[in-house]
Design a protein. Structure first.
Length: 300
């Protein structure tokens, strides 16, 4: 296997803020979103040498501010986008158009994505994250207006507005098994809701920490400490359930002064879920992984 680095700088050399892949039977698409207010669609292929290549397919222009997030629906029918203009747009692949006369190879639109729908009566400020449900029937959004919204895709309207956060909501995730909804805010709290009742089930903000700052196999103390980084200068805290729903991966964690990513098991998402977070070192039998071996810690 050849590991290759793809460099995509065609957002007027401005920051790329989000990307998402979608695999179809005959094509792998990559969507990128940037601070240039644009969305680009690319085809990802492998060369004869086994190296990945990208080919420009389309440019989507409708947002009036930086595009912070793009997400393909699991069905592949839609692409959702949102950003600093607070609008959430659904795009759909339309019929192919003839190439424009005089257009360069880079300007030629090989696919034609059309504006399908805009979600109504939504956020009042920048949107930082989107997450589709497994069925593609609903979607969740996170905004710096301190709310998260669950959307009905067919109606284009909110099902439920979550207002518990005390600061920016910077990440949302929908359980693929349709039991939980999760949000995380810059108020340093992970909130778990029932996917059908919409009632708040768990708040997770503190966990016991080890007594030493660096330890191969830390021993928890009885004193809980904040586990998520503070500050609104962190733009995104994009948490995600694993595809099978067994794990919830939460970034922007802090553990004994180190940046880390926490992993919670779905059978213990409550505030006492100490044993289900990532631990450091080897032969870690009291952590998430009960088998011997190195435990990997992702940096947010």
């Amino acid at each position: 296997m050849i590991i290759d680095t793809l460099e995509i700088s065609w957002h007027d050399k401005k920051p790329v803020l989000s990307l998402d892949f979608h695999r179809c039977p005959n094509i792998i698409r990559l969507a990128t979103a940037g601070a240039d207010n644009e969305i680009r669609i690319w085809r990802v292929t492998d060369s004869e040498q086994g190296r990945s290549q990208v080919e420009f397919l389309s440019s989507l222009s409708r947002h009036s501010g930086a595009v912070n997030v793009v997400r393909f629906s699991p069905s592949g029918e839609y692409l959702a986008s949102s950003g600093d203009d607070a609008s959430i747009i659904l795009w759909k692949l339309g019929e192919a158009r003839a190439p424009q006369f005089g257009a360069s190879q880079e300007e030629e639109q090989k696919e034609h994505w059309v504006h399908h729908k805009m979600m109504r009566r939504g956020h009042r400020d920048d949107v930082y994250d989107l997450c589709w449900s497994h069925s593609s029937a609903t979607m969740m959004s996170a905004s710096i207006d301190n709310t998260a919204i669950l959307w009905d895709i067919a109606k284009g309207e909110p099902i439920k507005v979550f207002t518990d956060a005390q600061n920016y909501v910077q990440g949302v995730s929908i359980d693929p098994l349709d039991d939980f909804l999760a949000t995380i805010s810059s108020d340093r709290c992970l909130r778990i809701y029932g996917a059908k009742s919409y009632k708040r089930m768990y708040d997770v903000s503190k966990l016991p920490q080890s007594s030493s700052s660096v330890s191969a196999s830390p021993q928890p103390s009885n004193k809980p400490a904040k586990i998520f980084a503070e500050g609104t200068n962190i733009f995104f805290r994009r948490l995600r359930f694993s595809p099978d729903g067994s794990l919830l991966v939460v970034p922007c964690g802090r553990y004994e002064g180190l940046n880390t990513t926490y992993v919670f098991a779905r059978n213990n998402l409550s505030s006492d879920a100490t044993a289900n977070t990532i631990r450091y070192g080897k032969d870690n039998t009291d952590g998430l992984f009960s088998t011997a071996g190195e435990v990997m810690v992702g940096l947010s």
